[in-house]
Design a binder for this molecule. Structure first.
Ligand SMILES: NC(=O)c1ccc[n+]([C@@H]2O[C@H](COP(=O)([O-])OP(=O)(O)OC[C@H]3O[C@@H](n4cnc5c(N)ncnc54)[C@H](OP(=O)(O)O)[C@@H]3O)[C@@H](O)[C@H]2O)c1
Length: 339
């Protein structure tokens, strides 16, 4: 038996819609069946990403019941019939449907197809991997899009401001740190005015209030940003597009303000800007490995320690979820699945 956060259809709800979400002691029947391509993992750490918070508060993320929640985990291989993995090896899993249609990572054990696992670089142990989590890995994917566009356009690091929205959240804070590390002048947008100093400490050169971005704006604004990472969507993303410099690119990955995109084509057809979507769930393996290599190279240990300063238990993850959805959580929170 092992402990896990399990999402079930509530047996007492006659409509069949209500969910029960709790820490339970469960058996192997909640894992997939072992086969020649599956790997068994002793999970050490998981985390609460935005999507986890949606799942843990009963939003329609989980699509198969009962299911172990958690879109990511890190730990050590216990057994593998696939020759790419050996017992004791440190691995990380992000996405692929874990915690949505496949048993997830908020548990002491996991079994997944070998094709889904990334062997951790030597400098990233399992705890650090979940301090980074899917949020940080997604930030690295966004930074890759953003920096490749800057290189393509011949814009040297520091020659233009790079904007990050939702900057105090998991994706945003790690994007700020990664962009600053390679020399960009990073402008952070936040709703947490009291965290401006903290954002400067992790790499922001300037901090702007969320209220500058989150209301309906003009189709075209002053050209300001050489590049951008947006974690927020809705009016914020529209306003970011309207204020990108000629030819610049925004990497869009989030919907913290909303899923809508009430935009004008003006910045696209008059300034040649690009909006590039970033998905972490089905992202091909070579880009995942490149993202983890960037995190190993560019994310400083002390900065990550301030971003992911909080460790909680499986039970506490349930209480954290509504706080995170309300935008009240700073940086990243790590879940010790064995606590
Ligand atoms: N596409 C993918 O594969 C992928 C992967 C990971 C995450 N995501 C998405 O990326 C987004 C951020 O994820 P996360 O893990 O960083 O979540 P998070 O830690 O909760 O951070 C989200 C941040 O957005 C800001 N925010 C919250 N509510 C807002 C609102 N109403 N208007 C404007 N800003 C608001 C807050 O930052 P400030 O207080 O600093 O403004 C908040 O901390 C989520 O929408 C998530 O679903 C997508």
């Amino acid at each position: 038996m092992f402990r896990a956060i399990v999402v079930r259809k509530d047996p007492n709800d006659p409509t069949g819609k209500a969910l029960s979400i709790a820490v339970e002691s469960v058996g192997e029947e909640l894992l997939i069946e072992a086969d020649a391509h599956s790997v068994d993992i002793r999970v050490d750490w998981s985390t609460v990403n935005y999507k986890d918070a949606l799942a843990l508060t009963g939003k329609p993320i989980v699509r198969k019941f009962p299911l172990i929640a958690g879109i990511d985990f890190s730990g050590k291989v216990e057994s593998s019939r696939d020759p790419r993995f050996t017992p004791g090896q440190a691995v990380v899993l992000n996405g692929w449907g874990a915690g949505e249609t496949h048993p997830g990572g908020l548990a002491q054990r996991a079994r997944v197809p070998a094709d889904w696992l990334v062997a951790l670089p030597d400098s990233i142990d399992p705890r650090r991997a979940m301090a980074i989590g899917t949020a940080g890995y997604t930030a690295a994917l966004c930074v890759e899009v953003c920096t490749q566009a800057l290189i393509r356009d011949g814009i040297e690091t520091g020659a233009g401001d790079v904007l990050v929205t939702g900057a105090s959240g998991g994706v945003g804070s790690i994007a700020v740190a990664l962009l600053a590390k390679v020399g960009h002048r990073v402008v952070a947008v936040t709703g947490k005015a009291d965290q401006a100093e903290w954002l400067r400490s992790i790499g922001a050169a300037e901090v702007l209030p969320r209220s500058d971005f989150d209301a309906p704006g003009k189709p075209l604004g002053k050209e300001r940003w050489a590049g951008a990472v947006d974690c927020v969507g809705s009016h914020t993303l529209v306003n970011v597009c309207a204020s990108l410099r000629y030819g610049a690119t925004v990497a869009a990955t989030g919907l913290a303000q909303g899923m809508d995109f009430p935009a004008s084509v003006a910045p696209f057809i008059l300034r040649g800007i690009s909006l590039v979507g970033v998905d972490s769930v089905q992202c091909p393996m070579p880009r995942r490995k490149a993202a983890w290599a960037r995190l190993a190279r560019d994310l400083s240990g002390p900065i990550l320690d301030t971003i992911a300063a909080r460790e909680i238990s499986l039970q506490e993850a349930l209480g954290l979820a509504p706080e995170l959805l309300a935008g009240r959580v700073l940086g990243r929170v790590i879940v010790d699945v064995n606590r």
